[in-house]
Ligand binder design. Structure first.
Ligand code: PLP
Length: 414
């Protein structure tokens, strides 16, 4: 038999103008490609990991010792974050879009008894888990959380900080307050808010575990490290009850980052093989984030998102999101029903915008690491052209006027 070898894989450059992954910073790519061949117990790799851990505590705004990266993507960090949820545990989860919906599924899988899991292994419905379905396009409010926790008094409560599926910011203050009041341990999916929003997790004492991803606000590469952080109370619960995993048990995982028995130690000890490339890339991404500063980043995202929002509104679209890194919109009436066609046309030109992944079908345009006027102009013009290609009338003068007013005012203020 002759081997069939495919031609060398070439992947083009695209504009990542979706909900994530974002546009990886050139400095991160250089750090990744520039790392030498070194194993996971090499002194500089281990030092890089402990430095990442310390920088990550600053990025998250926390004194939590158990703060580190889980190898993989957002779901890897979230899986580790939910590791302490055991069969039969009571949980209340709030779902207002694709991602919090999958988080709720993960919790249903973890909290199901063997019988409940076997009854419907891919979509179990355990009696101990209550999922509060919040309509697409709306936010989870503090009142909703307060009401549900008062009624169910669960051991665990879950919410996404920012639900990327529908582009909604949820009320993390109200969530934390209700968790404290009702004695629930809060778990938060902060995949799309870390590195974009201005918040410190230590300001939310009701939340005991947080998980994010490498490739959204942190601008690192996917499948490097998903940032996580746990309070000592979470770790105590985990230690008391265990978890049905070795690799995603936060206590075991933390050892390689130099966290042993609740304390920082000089050097990590083996947990699994880590990549010098991934460590170098993550380290550089965290340096970039801290150089920019979290408050400045948050301000820049809010500023540029407003420009994009106003420009697509001037094109006749209706924006239903309130997330600073992402605009989720309905096309004008004449194009309704043609969202997928428009998104596919854009993607065919390496302009990577997205549809929603669950109903209703909407268009999502993101600005991760595209925080400059030229990038926003480019996105706006490409999107306007895509609408025209489907026969829409776009008033270019009105769109230009919006952008000029936005950026002109900003430039005049400088
Ligand atoms: C992107 C995202 C995820 C999934 O992250 P992956 O990196 O694709 O594993 C989960 N939750 C939220 C809120 C997200 O935005």
């Amino acid at each position: 038999m002759t081997a069939h070898i495919f031609p060398k894989l070439e992947i083009p450059q695209t504009i990542a103008a979706g909900p994530g992954p974002g546009n990886t910073d050139a400095r991160v790519l250089a750090a990744y490609a520039g790392a030498g061949l070194a194993d996971h117990m090499h002194g500089d790799v281990l030092r890089g990991m402990t430095e990442c851990k310390e920088m990550l505590r600053q990025v998250w705004g926390t004194d939590n010792t158990y703060t580190f990266g889980v190898a993989g993507t957002g779901w890897s960090g979230l899986d580790a974050m939910m590791a302490a949820v055991m069969p039969g545990d009571t949980v209340v989860a709030f779902a207002n879009g694709t991602f919090s919906g999958i988080d709720a599924l993960t919790l249903r899988i973890k909290a199901a008894t063997r019988e409940e899991l076997a009854a419907n292994s891919l979509d179990p419905q355990p009696a101990s888990v209550t999922v509060i379905e919040v309509p697409h396009g709306t936010s989870v409010t503090g009142e909703m959380v307060e009401k549900a926790l008062a009624e169910h008094k669960p051991k665990w409560a879950f919410m996404a900080h920012w639900e990327t599926g529908s582009g909604r910011v949820n009320d993390v203050q109200g969530f934390s307050d209700a968790c404290v009041k009702h004695g629930a341990m809060g778990l938060v999916d902060a995949v799309s808010s870390l590195g974009v929003g201005n918040f410190r997790i230590d300001d939310y004492p009701g939340v005991h575990a947080w998980a994010s991803c490498p490739q959204k606000g942190i601008c690192c590469l996917p499948v490097t490290y998903a940032p996580v952080s746990f309070t000592d109370a979470y770790i105590d619960t985990l230690r008391a009850n265990g978890a049905y995993t070795f690799v995603h048990n936060p206590i075991f995982e933390a050892r390689h980052w130099g966290i042993v028995d609740g304390k920082d130690v000089d050097k990590g000890t083996y947990h699994r093989t880590h990549s010098a490339y991934a460590v170098a890339a993550f380290h550089e991404a965290l340096r970039i984030t801290l150089e920019h500063t979290i408050p400045q980043r948050a301000e820049d995202y809010a500023f540029h998102e407003r420009a994009l929002r106003e420009a697509v509104t001037a094109m006749g679209c209706e924006v239903t999101s309130n997330m600073p890194s992402l605009v989720v919109l309905n096309l004008p009436g004449a194009l309704a029903g043609r969202e997928m066609e428009l998104v596919q046309n854009c993607r065919a030109q390496n302009f990577g915008i997205w549809p929603t992944l669950s109903a209703p079908v909407q268009v999502r345009i993101g600005i991760l690491n595209l925080l400059n006027m030229a990038a926003i102009h480019d996105i706006v013009n490409r999107f306007a052209d895509a609408m025209r290609d489907l026969g829409a009338e776009v008033d270019q003068a009105a769109v230009d006027a919006v952008l000029d007013a936005h950026y002109g005012a900003a430039m005049a203020a400088e």
